[in-house]
Structure formats: C-alpha cells, structure tokens
Design a protein around this ligand. Structure first.
Ligand SMILES: Nc1ncnc2c1ncn2[C@@H]1O[C@H](COP(=O)(O)OP(=O)(O)OP(=O)(O)O)[C@@H](O)[C@H]1O
Ligand SMILES: [Mg+2]
Length: 449
C-alpha cells in the first residue's frame, strides 16, 4: 500500500504539470483588521469534510459533549475536495511577517469557469447547515496586546465553548420584568428590516445595575443561552488604547452579546489609556463593521455617580435594576434550591424581610446550596444571617470598634443552632464581611478612607 500511495502521489504531481491552475487567497482579516467571514466559513466547511479523517496528519480536539472528538486541520495542512467532478485543493498558510493566516484555493483554470461560483455557494450553505446543527455558543475574551504582538496575527479574541447553565427560567427576578425583557429580545430578533428602515444599527443596549451578588452576570449568561449568541466579554484592563477598543468591536461577529462588566469602576477611574469618548463611541457601536444583530450589556453596582451622557436614551435602551433579595425572591430560591413551596419558618423569614432586605440572592443561594440536605437548617441560617447582617449594617453607623461585638455575639449566643451551624455561620459571615469591605474599597478612594 505504501508503494501504491507513493506512486499515486507521483502520478498526481506529473498530471499537475499538464494543467494550468488558478489560485485564490482568502485572508482571515481584511485591511481594517475585521474578520473575513468567508475565512471562518471555509474553515468550518473544510473541518467537516470526511477526507480530513484520511489525511496524513490532523489534530484531535475534544468536543462540547463529553464523548465528542473533533478533527481539526493543522496549519499548513493540504486538503483536497471534490465538487461536481472537479478537484479543488486548499492549504492554510501563515504570513511570516504579520502572523495572519489565509486559506489558498487551487483550482484548474477549466474547472474554475464551470464550478467556482457554485462551489463557493456550496460552502456557504454547508456552513449554515453545520451552524444550525452545532448551535454551540462560544465565550470570547480579549487577550492583552502583548500576546497580539507575539505573532497572534492581530487576533484580539480567544474563545472557549460557553457552557453556563443559566436560563431565563432559573434567574430569580420579578416575573413581569422578566417577561418584558423576553418580549423585548424577541421583538429585537425580528426587527432587522425595521432598524434598516429607520437608519439605525441593529443593536440593543442594556444596563444591568444593582448590588453585588444579585444576578447580573447570571442574567447575561441566561440571555446568551436564550438568544444562542456568542458572548464577547471585554476586559477593559486588557485594552491598550482607544483604537484597540475599536479593533475589538470590529473583530466581533454578528449575532453576539458584547459585555462590559463593572463599567462604573472603569468610568470612575478612567485611565489615560482609554478615553471617555472612546467608551461612548463604543457603546453607540458606530465602528461596528456591519452592525448586525448585536446586544450590548453593561453592568454596574450603582449608576449614581455616572455621567448622564453614558445613560442617555439610545445609548442605553433598557435599564434593569437587580435588587437585594425580598421575600418573593427568597421563595423562588427556596423552591428551586430546596424544593420548598412552603415551610413553617416562612412567616418568620417574611417578617425578617419586611424590615428591609440586606441579603443578596447570591448569599441566600450559597446558604441553601451548602445546607440543601436540611431545609430547616438552611432557613434558620437565612434568618440569623439576615438578622446579623441587619445589625452589622446598623452598627456601621457606629465607630469601627463596636461593629464586631455588636454583630457576631448575638448569633453565637443565641444557641439556636448546633455547633456545626454556628461554625458554618461564622465561616459564611466571614465571607460576607470580606465582600462588604471589598465593596467599600470600590466606593471610596483610599484618600477618603
Ligand atoms: N437573581 C438571581 N437568580 C438566581 N441566582 C442568583 C441570582 N442572583 C445571584 N444568584 C446566584 O448568585 C451567584 C452570583 O451571582 P452573579 O455573579 O450573577 O451576581 P452579580 O450581580 O453579577 O455580582 P457582581 O456585581 O459581584 O458581579 C450566582 O452563581 C447565582 O447562582
Ligand atoms: Mg457579576
């Protein structure tokens, strides 16, 4: 077989001498460093070809499902495709200077006239088919400029499969609000023509604001799963300057969620690297290549200190507030986390929440997860943590030295729990204290402290 294989190869080389070929190059990026969609389509198409399995050398990657194994072409690997009797070969080349990649198509001149157009159309439709089947949402994060310079071909994003399990059903929030957001997203998905007609970029901007641990990030994941959009999470600390921010937007694809978390902390300490106007322009999306189907989401702990220009209508289409946990939210969490529709301790919890909420859904959900074997203990712990947090937030009005003695002692002395629960509580309470002091450091600058 080896001899046969070698003979075939020679014969092919000999035949090649008798034909005139034409070459087509499909670079990964255009001159503005926008990703060439055709490159992505060709890459997906070629990796799906059965002949990848027969090639001399190829890469194996695990897929999104546990048993999946994907074959992925290696750089510089040659692959031969057959279409309507014509032989078309592809190779993935790397530009030594810039590190940018391109696919190069080689086709006989005669075949080109007959089939090239149909062949490219075939790639388009195969790609759509594969995408439909795959429906894999990916999470992109921006790499810093350094790795870019190290021959990454100016690629600013790296991606992994997005597997967050949150859905709009699992996020606890007011039902009316949830329905409104759902309806808004559904209308958005159907509104391409409308946006075109009124001359606006087809995008929707959301601001999620509220204290830490109230579900903002979880809601973003739920939105991504609802829309089946890829998520581009921009870490502004990895953005070197204004043009870098533009580049990130240019290199994102359509049907995507573009996320900037904790925008308030960046706006309050705007660095020299990134200007205020660059952020505003970014939010408007005027640099986006085709402005197709993008949802932008910004999160903040508070919008009190934010320049109204950032929040003006059009720049932010929807403001969604994520509050601390009230009794209704608590009941939803108890239902989803502990399977409790009702419990004899519910009236006591309700009474507690009526005096004002001090626990975030994250804190309550944490208590419920770690005590899910004993719902009663979880509820008692919620009540006592709520009380102690309330006391400590009141004692924040007093000098620092008083806080500890005021807040910790009543819980430990109450004797309502076994030793284990008290330890749990201490441990958990420690976390809460660390969290709240972290928040303080965001709110005030050190000189004020
Ligand atoms: N509204 C909610 N519904 C369901 N789970 C929630 C909700 N809020 C918080 N949680 C739970 O708490 C955890 C933390 O929530 P999340 O990270 O979404 O909060 P966040 O508002 O983004 O906080 P931060 O401002 O600190 O980033 C999540 O793992 C989630 O399971
Ligand atoms: Mg978050």
């Amino acid at each position: 077989t080896s001899v046969l294989h070698i003979l075939k190869k020679w014969l092919r080389l000999l035949q090649d001498k008798f034909y005139v070929y034409q070459f087509y190059k499909v670079p990964q990026f255009n001159h503005n460093m926008q990703e060439n969609q055709l490159y992505r389509k060709i890459s997906t198409y070629l990796n799906s070809l059965p002949c990848v399995e027969d090639s001399d050398f190829t890469n194996l990657f695990s897929g999104s499902k546990s048993n999946d194994i994907n074959l992925v072409l290696n750089a510089d690997q040659k692959i031969v495709d057959n279409f309507l009797g014509a032989r078309i070969s592809w190779i993935n080349e790397k530009d030594e200077k810039t590190g940018a990649r391109s696919f190069v198509l080689k086709i006989r001149r005669n075949d080109k006239r007959q089939i090239l157009r149909a062949y490219l159309q075939h790639i388009h439709s195969k790609f759509d088919e594969i995408e439909q089947r795959r429906k894999e949402v990916r999470l992109f994060v921006n790499v810093n400029d350094e790795s870019n310079r190290n021959g990454n071909g100016n690629r600013r994003w790296i991606s992994v499969p997005f597997t967050h399990p949150a859905t709009l059903d699992t996020v606890v929030m007011e039902q009316d609000l949830k329905n409104k957001v759902k309806a808004d997203l559904e209308t958005f998905l159907k509104s391409k023509q409308h946006y075109n007609r009124i001359g606006r970029i087809w995008k929707r901007n959301y601001l999620l604001h509220g204290p830490s641990g109230t579900g903002k990030s979880t809601f973003i994941a739920a939105m991504a799963n609802f829309l089946s959009y890829d998520v581009y999470n921009i870490d502004l600390s990895n953005v070197s300057d204004d043009s870098d921010l533009k580049l990130l937007l240019l290199q994102s694809t359509n049907k995507s969620l573009i996320v900037i978390e904790d925008l308030d902390s960046y706006l309050c300490n705007i660095s020299t690297a990134l200007s205020f106007s660059a952020i505003l322009n970014f939010m408007d999306g005027i640099f986006s290549c085709c402005g197709d189907e993008r949802v932008m989401i910004f999160t903040m702990n508070s919008k009190d200190q934010i320049d109204p220009a950032v929040l003006r209508p059009g720049r932010i289409d929807h403001h969604i507030h994520f509050p601390l946990c009230d009794f209704n939210a608590f009941k939803s969490l108890a239902n989803s986390h502990l399977g409790l529709k009702d419990h004899k301790l519910f009236p006591q919890v309700e009474e507690n929440f009526q005096t004002g909420s001090v626990l975030s859904p994250a804190e309550i959900s944490e208590i419920m997860i770690s005590n899910r074997s004993s719902p009663s203990r979880a509820l008692k712990l919620v009540i006592s943590t709520h009380q102690s947090n309330k006391e400590s937030s009141e004692s924040d009005k007093y000098p620092q030295g008083l806080i500890k003695s005021k807040s910790v002692r009543p819980m430990v002395e109450s004797g309502a729990f076994g030793k284990e629960s008290v330890n749990d509580l201490r441990k958990f309470y420690g976390l809460v204290r660390i969290k709240s002091s972290r928040k303080k450091s965001l709110d005030f600058d050190t000189s004020e402290k």
